[in-house]
Design a protein around this ligand. Structure first.
Ligand code: FNR
Length: 362
């Protein structure tokens, strides 16, 4: 069946990936309430359409922290793209480039920072978890700068990996041939070791992630790079204000795709309070549950400057590598263009809070 919407790719991915990999990609934490709520939040937002506004040419182009984008779309950082396709992040880089999308490369990428840069034709940012061994971070930052990455994205909602029940049931461990190649092997060894009733990913994070980090540690990171610093995983006005006070350059409103704290507020619900708190002092991105161009439109109307897309990119990769991931991103862009035309908002600046109305409850 030819895919006409992003979720058609999920059907294909589910059928083609192993049950364990599908569980890792698709799963959330706990009862997966937040995972479902991320989607449901979009369904509570309705579009207010305007008419007679000349929508013959919609303008989707934008710039985020100096990254010129064909549309306000990026690939969220996700570990181990080679789980979905043998070309891994090289395919994703090609797909992002072909569609003018941002690509945020995970610290646990399964291709090297340098090879991804060579395959890319568009902007790249590098995502970091705060590992105990800070010299690893220093090395990654130096390599990212040398390879032309445009920003560092520190993920702050994962002092350790959440309780992902699918991975616990499957005793999920990474296959030997899919590795976090940017980090020395001994540091990653635990994520390949299977043990009944546990997730190797979770065990590894308890070993290697630094859970002591606080706001004051951001200065250490700042001193080691002149690249813009983005915090990913902000869900409250309080933390958004702290991000501004600590000189952060952008935030991503995110609950990690429902993979960290189950019960955490859906990203779209948190977006307005974060946008209000930063009051235009830094750009706000959002991720979690974006599956249509209409979802992108709703995110922009509620104050995001761009959205990141996670799982759908891996579904596209599983379908057909770079072509599939590119098709997913292209479909979202096409749907956004269509949504802007039919809502009578031909430029991104036209997509303001008057473009949506919120329905409370379900
Ligand atoms: C992720 N996510 C993630 N985030 C991060 O900061 N670093 C990482 O390495 C990963 N790895 C990862 C792997 C997989 C398989 C998934 C599905 C997700 C979270 C990701 O960046 C993003 O926040 C969510 O995926 C967004 O939600 P959707 O679009 O998947 O609903």
């Amino acid at each position: 069946m030819e895919p006409f919407r992003v979720e058609d790719y999920a059907e294909f991915a589910r059928a083609s990936l192993s049950a364990e990999v599908w569980g890792f990609v698709q799963g959330g934490s706990g009862a997966e309430w937040t995972l479902a709520a991320n989607r449901a939040a979009y369904d509570r937002v309705r579009l207010r359409t305007r008419v007679l506004t000349d929508v013959s040419r919609c303008d989707l182009g934008t710039t985020v922290l100096g990254a010129r984008l064909a549309s306000p779309l990026g690939v969220a950082p996700m570990a181990y793209h080679r789980l979905a396709h043998p070309d891994g992040e090289l395919a994703t880089a090609a797909a992002a480039g072909a569609t003018g999308s941002l690509f945020v490369v995970s610290i646990f990428a399964s291709e090297t920072i340098e090879d991804i840069a060579a395959a890319a034709t568009g902007p790249l940012w590098l995502q970091l978890y705060w590992l105990r061994q800070r010299e690893i971070l220093v090395d990654l930052i130096r390599r990212a700068e040398a390879a032309g990455y445009g920003a560092l994205v520190l993920t702050v909602d994962a002092p350790r990996v959440g309780r992902r029940l699918r991975d616990l049931r499957n005793a999920f461990a990474l296959p030997q041939d899919v590795r976090a190649v940017n980090i020395a092997e001994p540091v990653m060894a635990a994520s390949h070791e299977s043990a009944d009733g546990t997730s190797a990913i979770e065990r590894h994070s308890r070993e290697q992630f630094d859970q002591t980090v606080t706001w004051s540690d951001l200065a250490w990171l700042r001193e080691r790079s002149s690249l813009p610093l983005v915090l990913k995983g902000i869900l409250t006005a309080e933390d958004a204000r702290l991000a501004v006070e600590h000189g952060v350059d952008a935030v991503v409103v995110s609950n990690h795709g429902g993979r960290q704290l189950d019960g955490a507020v859906p990203s779209l619900d948190a977006l307005p309070e974060v946008v209000a708190a930063v009051a235009g002092r830094l750009p706000v991105l959002v991720d979690g549950g974006v599956r249509t161009g209409g979802d992108v439109f709703k995110s922009l109307a509620l104050g995001a400057c761009a959205v990141l897309v996670g799982r759908p990119v891996l579904w596209g990769l599983a379908h057909s590598g770079a072509a599939g991931a590119g098709a997913v991103l292209g479909l979202l862009r096409e749907e956004l263009d269509n949504c802007m035309a039919l809502a009578g908002r031909p430029t991104l600046a036209d997509i303001d809070s008057s473009a949506v109305v919120l329905r409370q409850g379900f």
